[in-house]
Design a protein around this ligand. Sequence first.
Ligand code: SF4
Ligand code: SF4
Length: 242
Amino acid sequence: MKELVTLSIDDREIQAEKGLTILDVARDKGIDIPTLCYNEALEPYGACRLCVVEIIRGNRSRLVTSCLYPVEEGLVVKTASPRVIANRKMLVELLLARCSKNKVIQDLAREIGVEKPSFRSEYLENNDCILCALCVRTCQEVVGVSAISLVNRGVKREVAPPFLEPASACIGCGSCVYICPTGCIKMEDIGDTRIIHNWKVEFKLKRCKVCGNYFAPETQLNYIKRKLNLPQDFFDTCPNCR
Ligand code: SF4
Ligand code: SF4
């Protein structure tokens, strides 16, 4: 039988399964906590720290990342206390300074009440990557390929293929592109070719034997063929015609 704990989130008494995180439980109860680097299909990572909440025990309180912190018996959680809001605004200001032209970050900042960063304009960058590692983790944990990783330190930190060479392990599935919250991984399908600009790779696309449309990179289909025992028709026909 599942063990339950009782905690309070924003003054609501809640029973939750032991082992779940504060974020899991809050979202399940319809309590909104913003995130950028969280996806329920992936292991929590705690990179963006937007999901920070305040936990209180007696006279002491501290901020924790709710995507990593497990619920506990008697825990008191505040998801929007003045301390949480101030911390979240500061994080969003930093993101906005790094990604000053990115629409997703601009919209998020507006929602959180940050009009513009309080830094001087020479400190603003025009980077679209927030280093959330969703792309890296998806490639590794979901696709099972590990074609890209976070490299370098400090201001030079970035996502890249090994040795900054074309990503030789990439199968062209596009999962990293779809999951990137800021839309900074550029992929194009032109005729029979898929190009992923960030990873410097190109793939030949397979044509559907029914409708004639190009639908998936041959490398991706070959990868799935090696992993799963599926009928040949799956590899010759696009999802719409299957
Ligand atoms: S497109 Fe390449 S890098 Fe992106 S998830 Fe797929 S295999 Fe990984
Ligand atoms: S490329 Fe996108 S998904 Fe990958 S770390 Fe940067 S923002 Fe996150």
